[in-house]
Design a protein around this ligand. Structure first.
Ligand code: CU
Ligand code: ZN
Length: 240
């Protein structure tokens, strides 16, 4: 019976606490934790045979990246946004983390919306990426890839977001879908019109990219840049 329960990935011991225990006790795991780890690894292999090696080698963590480029349909004079959106998620129960490192917003300070869109099809610039990825058939801003508004500073967006609803695992994986960076602010469903509940009236699609698998090193390289800014802000706030 216990064996059957353990066969479900993480059902018995697979919550975040146990994951933390794994990390801390990685040198001397208890027999039960060790068995659960082996079973989760087996599931990882069964469910994601194509990603198994990558995830396993990266401490059982999946990494994905999206290299943003200006939309092919962009008119002259529009902002040319480039950069990276990176994703990280611990198997099997970790929450998705996303790191945004984008440039090209000039010196403007107005907020910009960023979402995950349905298709990884950029054949007609960012316009062919479809609407918001909506596997739960809900209204905006409750789609898994509704990341909200970002406030560029000095022409850049450098931001780390944790505990996101989107996932790299399972039937609703965001792998192969796209990230779109918009010209305008997201009204977050408060616009009192149909557009608001579909896409937040975020306007023109400035830049986009397809989400694909990625090496851990890219995340590790860009994380210090983003967290350094965070630390600075915390220190400043502490002094104020
Ligand atoms: Cu969008
Ligand atoms: Zn949405």
């Amino acid at each position: 019976m216990i064996f059957l329960l353990l066969l479900a990935p993480g059902l018995v011991l697979g919550d975040d606490n146990v994951t933390a225990v794994w990390e801390e006790a990685s040198s001397t795991p208890s027999p039960l934790v060790d068995m659960q780890r082996k079973i989760n690894d087996l599931w990882l292999n069964l469910l994601y045979p194509q990603l198994y090696d990558d995830i396993f080698r990266a401490n059982r963590t999946a990494y994905a990246c999206c290299v943003a480029k200006p939309s092919g349909k962009l008119e002259e004079g529009k902002l040319k946004v480039t950069g990276l959106v990176l994703f990280k998620q611990l198997f099997p129960h970790g929450k998705l983390e996303a790191l945004f490192d984008l440039a090209g917003f000039a010196a403007e300070t107005s907020a910009r919306a960023i979402h995950i869109h349905q298709y990884g099809d950029l054949s007609d610039g960012c316009d062919s990426a479809g609407g918001h990825y909506n596997p739960w058939k809900v209204n905006h801003p409750h789609h898994p890839g509704d990341f909200g508004n970002f406030h560029p500073k000095g022409g850049n967006i450098q931001k780390l977001k944790l505990n996101l609803k989107a996932t790299l695992f399972g039937p609703q994986t965001i792998l192969g879908r796209s990230v779109v960076i918009h010209e305008q602010e997201d009204d977050l469903g408060k616009g009192k019109n149909q557009g608001s509940l579909a896409h937040g009236n975020a306007g023109l699609r400035l830049a986009c990219c397809v989400i694909g698998t990625c090496k851990k090193e890219l995340w590790d390289k860009h994380l210090p840049k983003v967290t350094a800014k965070r630390k600075k802000r915390v220190i400043k706030a502490g002094r104020a």
